[in-house]
Design a protein around this ligand. Structure first.
Ligand code: SF4
Ligand code: SF4
Length: 169
């Protein structure tokens, strides 16, 4: 995957109007990271909020705002000695949400057609880690993912299936 993508740690995809939706595994990891807090605390402490995606309510990161700039509560800026400002993820790697781990690989599921596909999507329009002119992205595939991520994808699919079968009100 390295030839096609190398994160430059700019933090762009962790800020602004990005919406980071989470699955039940992600919530468990977050709770563990936050000293085994309860799921309710993830919301009451303003880490998460509810939002609608694909017609159903789902939890997503609640971005903080400072001087008009919105950013993920787990984004940490670090100024390097050469003046470079890095945007680091405090959850990386062990507690990081699945969608953040996968980027720039994305999954599309069509339960009605019983199909699933993977593709490339820029994590952010201005992402400096991806060369938009690269055409051959075969390396970027489900097959090349770590087994742990494949297991998380399988569990997430069942979660999505339950949402699809019983959409919220
Ligand atoms: S926008 Fe691209 S380079 Fe910047 S942090 Fe996100 S993935 Fe990495
Ligand atoms: S969890 Fe980490 S990688 Fe994901 S948006 Fe927040 S800071 Fe960025």
């Amino acid at each position: 995957m390295s030839k096609l993508f190398k994160c430059r740690l700019c933090g762009e995809c962790c800020s602004g109007e990005m919406k980071v939706f989470l699955n039940p595994d992600d919530l468990l990891l977050l709770r563990s990271y936050l000293n085994n807090c309860s799921e309710e605390e993830l919301f009451s402490r303003n880490y998460l909020t509810w939002d609608e995606k694909s017609g159903v309510k789902q939890p997503r990161m609640k971005f903080r705002e400072f001087q008009g700039i919105k950013f993920c509560p787990f984004l940490e800026n670090r100024l390097e000695e050469d003046g470079t400002l890095l945007g680091l993820c405090r959850l990386h790697p062990d507690f990081k949400p699945l969608v953040c781990h996968l980027a720039p690989l994305t999954r599309t599921i069509d339960f009605a057609a019983d199909s699933e596909s993977y593709g490339f999507m820029l994590p952010h329009p201005a992402c400096p880690g991806c060369d938009p002119d690269v055409e051959d992205r075969e390396e970027l595939s489900y097959e090349n993912l770590a087994d742990d991520l494949k297991r998380r994808l399988a569990r997430e699919k069942e979660y999505f299936r339950s949402l699809w079968l019983a959409p919220g009100d």
